[in-house]
Design a protein around this ligand. Sequence first.
Ligand code: PEP
Ligand code: MN
Length: 629
Amino acid sequence: MIIVLQQGLSEDQLMSIEDHVKKAGASPVLIEGKERSVVAVIGAAKLETALFEQLPGVAQVMRVSKPYKLASREVKHEDTVVRIGDVAIGGEQVVVMAGPCSVENRKMLLESAQKLSALGVTILRGGAYKPRTSPYAFQGMGEDGLKLLEEARELTGMKIVTEVMAPDKVEIVAKYADILQIGARNMQNFDLLKECAEIRKPVLLKRGLSATIEEWLQSAEYILSTGKNRDVILCERGIRTFETSTRNTMDLNCIPVLHERTHLPVIVDPSHGTGVRGYVAPLAMAAIAAGADGVMLECHPEPEKALSDGPQSLTFDMVERLLRDLEAIAPVVGKRLALSHRIPAPVRPMRKGQPAPEAVAFQGEHGAFSEKAARQFFGDKAKTSPSGAFRDVFQKVAAGEVAHGIVPVENTLGGSIHQNYDLLVEFDVQIVGETKLRVVHNLIANRTTKLSDIRRIYAHPQAAAQCERFLRKHPTWSVLQVYDTAGSVKMIKEEKAMDAAAIASSAAAKHFDMEILKEGIESDPQNYTRFIVIAREAPKGKAVRVDKVSVVYATENKPGALFRTLEVFARRGVNLCRLESRPIPGKPFEYLFYVDLTGDVHDKNVAGALKELKEHVTSVKVLGSYPSA
Ligand code: PEP
Ligand code: MN
């Protein structure tokens, strides 16, 4: 049973509700959400809803139909995002856990950690206690293995996930690990589950070899049932079927089923799921395409010499290749691969003694695509600052009011967003990152508006351009320009315009509680916008892996001038990945050239080219050196 609380109820009212639950012989577990907060009534007794319905502060009392309660979406609508420091599991990011099956010795573990960390992997796996089918197989290093994992964390900053097999080992494993793994063979070790319910560390619960989704969720419920531990991550790792070609059969069906039934994050382990190295990458890609929140991969410096699970272990080269593919797939399903070296370090305050700015400024209202890009880049906890115009975003960054700004510069259907190119020249800011967002447009209207009622469309000119094919099918609609996608939704809502619709994201429809009349109206599903992240200065300290440089310059207006600037890069083998020219404001028919290079400003070739470039240009500005998306 759940008690849905009235918004703004008092502390006293909440306490009284919780007391009533306790008096009835059950335990209250408070679940706070953005949309609604509830008290879940946990316990064996079947209670009457009437017991609580009349209490002050109660909006509604509902029965939960599922055998698991706290794990169910019925009780908690919002996705659970498990946080370990700056690593988030769940939400709009895809997390990667990787490492050897077993911690075998110091050398192999530290080598694995360093290689994976350099690739941007944020969570290191490795078993110190190993559940092995044969009693004669390697059983793991025990606490010595945990100590090596701790050393690997200190060395790389990666978080640690490692298995706990017995209830009496929970304490010691929790001392070293950031996430406790419960293995497939222990999914119904109820004493172990109960022990994990008493700690405040995330638990990665693998699916049992022959467990149904319902049984799996009930095991998760054991961990959640005390209300002390709310951080359970589910991990599909293949189930046993009649098929013998692979070690197990990956049940990717479970991903959408779980997302429907539970708010808990779901990750997939294709290493144990297939048992064959060559099958891991295709299944990892399929898992992300199906909506998984991450993957767990086994890898080894020398897979053929591994003490356990060598045949399914990837080499680091294979991991690197797979990460590139996952990075390309994640935006298709509205997510971003969370790699550690992509996020710039926190920004320093303008003046000593002032608080450091935190927010990310974007143009538009809440629910704008730019806001989604900010969340994709910085994670779902990012504080966002809506701004009226692109210029305001630059201004807030330059003034130190916000830590970062995020603005679109290029769309695959609509082309360049020129204003932001000009603002990059005008303001003293640096590009510190970029991200690509798949843009899915929706036709959004007030609740009772039907498609046939529509006469007017409120749309951002870029959005209208991207939906040109759809709009052409409705020649009688007049299109009104609004310089904000989410803002256009707000307008038709506020105006109660029943003959109008807006073009915007599903997030905007949700934010303003409006109806989506048609999904996916962009002219081509390959509709991506590239956003740049700007800060007042280049990040210091943190090892972001820089591989792109943006420069803008002007040349003299005479034959061969542009050629001579480009030749500087060609001679040094520096790759140009983009060249765009823009008129110089106030100087008719004179042009600025925006150039993106592959490399780091500190690379010998790039630095040399930029130095020589100065001899051939009338002005030059390095806009930033940052990790490419
Ligand atoms: C492991 O992750 O090394 C492991 C033993 O996995 P599972 O419990 O899924 O077999
Ligand atoms: Mn293994």
